[in-house]
Design a protein around this ligand. Structure first.
Ligand code: AMP
Ligand code: GLY
Length: 421
């Protein structure tokens, strides 16, 4: 069995790490991959958005399953293109990926299906949006409709920030992704990421995980792509899980199927556990980054078998097996991230990581045979333990030997799930 993974970040390294353990897999390719992935897979220099190039490669290399890690090619239609070419692909169609590709579309689906989410209004021009802000002085979140590489959501701390966000999004900076803007009420509560495999009809939720979006400890500072994650989430109780399945996951899957766009792949529901119950912040059409890093360490089942069942519409009756305990991943970020940051800094200590600690590469590259930084999120140091404190102790011990100039990370990953002292 020959597998191609599309992408080159920490999530894709984690997916490749797990796929490499599947007994049926003989060959793994990754496009474009990164130096960490290159130790487990053959990296091929094809851009993740080059759909024609990827189809050509998949044909030539007789790929049996292609797994898409990131959202942009899915929203652009890589799922449909592979299907038309007769190539099995794990990832939703373009129409189904609109759940992530258009926040306006996702809101419409939720509204029609009665799925709990923040109240919102949609705007196509700055004037009306600013007038709305004037009339609704409460705390809001301003979102560009389309994909904006993680920069399209502003949780406004004050009215001036909300106004600036509206002007910025309508400035043309985001192109078509900013043609429409959603303003929604700001929800309060704990955030949880629920990823579920869906074969169009059947849903198989994975363990709950929690990301840490803000750059600073104590959840301060600007939002990032995610500074660390752990799983499972102790306060995501079976009762809440039941509510989420009944009121959120099943209705959205049914709505997509009824509209003729069955959802096949992994559906990521970003939830806020509010006092009124769980509400949807957003849907993503792919695995979370960095949530996937701790999740693959906990996953006992064969991931490739689950992905094939998803692609073939055979999830009914399947179960996911997990190792006991907990896992956590902490992101080591470049100096300045999430603002402008330097690249090309040499990374030391990658060879002396303690056993049981996985260092997933995100923004790294090779320069003169040395691993150097090449992105904002550089590495995700990940480990499993008998419980969350044990997992975290392993992760932070693993970080001790790793260094690059400007490196920073949060020392409080997972703290919200630890018993109060
Ligand atoms: P997204 O890029 O859509 O994942 O949103 C980024 C982050 O913004 C989320 O993970 C939340 O932390 C925050 N966020 C989005 N919508 C809301 C909301 N309605 N209320 C509070 N926080 C939100
Ligand atoms: N961790 C957030 C995301 O993958 O969108």
């Amino acid at each position: 069995m020959r597998v191609l993974v599309v992408g080159g970040g920490g999530r894709e390294h984690a997916l490749v790490w797990k796929i490499a353990q599947s007994p049926g897999v003989t060959e793994i390719y990754c496009a474009p991959g990164n130096p960490g992935i290159a130790r487990l897979a053959s990296c091929v220099p094809i851009n993740a958005n080059d759909v024609a190039g990827l189809i050509g490669f998949a044909r030539q290399a007789a790929i049996d399953l292609t797994v898409v890690g990131l959202e942009a090619p899915l929203v652009a239609g890589i799922g449909d293109a592979f299907q038309e070419a007769g190539l099995p692909i794990f990832g939703p169609s373009r129409a189904a990926a609109r759940l992530e590709g258009s926040k306006v579309f996702a809101k419409e689906v939720m509204l029609r299906a009665g799925i709990p989410t923040a109240h919102h209004a949609t705007f196509t021009a700055a004037g009306a949006a600013l007038a709305y802000l004037e009339a609704h002085p409460g705390p809001v979140v301003v979102k560009a409709d389309g994909l904006a590489a993680g920069k399209g959501v502003v949780v406004a701390e004050d009215p001036a920030t909300a106004q600036d966000a509206v002007r910025d999004m309508f400035s043309g900076r985001f192109g078509a992704a900013g043609a429409r803007v959603v303003i929604e009420e700001r929800l309060e509560g704990e955030e949880v990421s629920i990823l579920a495999l869906c074969d169009g009809e059947t849903l198989l939720p994975l363990l709950p995980s929690q990301d840490h979006k803000r750059v600073g400890e104590g959840d301060t500072g600007p939002n990032t792509g995610g500074m660390g994650a752990y799983a499972p989430v102790p306060f995501y109780t079976p009762a809440i899980a039941g509510q989420v399945e009944e009121a959120i996951l099943r209705p959205v899957i049914q709505a997509m199927a009824a509209a003729g766009h069955p959802y096949r792949g992994v559906l990521y529901a970003g939830l806020m556990l509010t006092r009124e119950g769980p509400k949807v912040l957003e849907f993503n059409c792919r695995f979370g980054d960095p949530e996937t890093q701790p999740l693959v360490l906990l996953l006992k089942s064969d991931l490739v078998e689950l992905m094939l069942a998803t692609v073939r519409g055979e999830l009914a009756g399947k179960e996911v097996e997990w190792y006991p305990g907990a896992a956590a991943g902490v992101v080591l970020a470049a100096g300045g991230y999430p603002g402008p940051y330097r690249k090309g800094e040499p990374i030391i200590g990658l060879e002396e990581v303690p056993a049981g600690v996985e260092v997933f590469h995100a923004g790294t590259a090779l320069a003169d045979n040395r691993v150097v930084t090449a992105g904002g999120r550089v590495l995700c140091v990940t480990a499993r333990g008998e419980d969350l404190p044990a997992a975290l102790a392993r992760v932070y011990a693993g970080i001790r030997g790793i260094h690059f100039p400007g490196m920073h990370y949060r020392r409080d990953i997972g703290r919200r799930a630890l018993p109060a002292r």
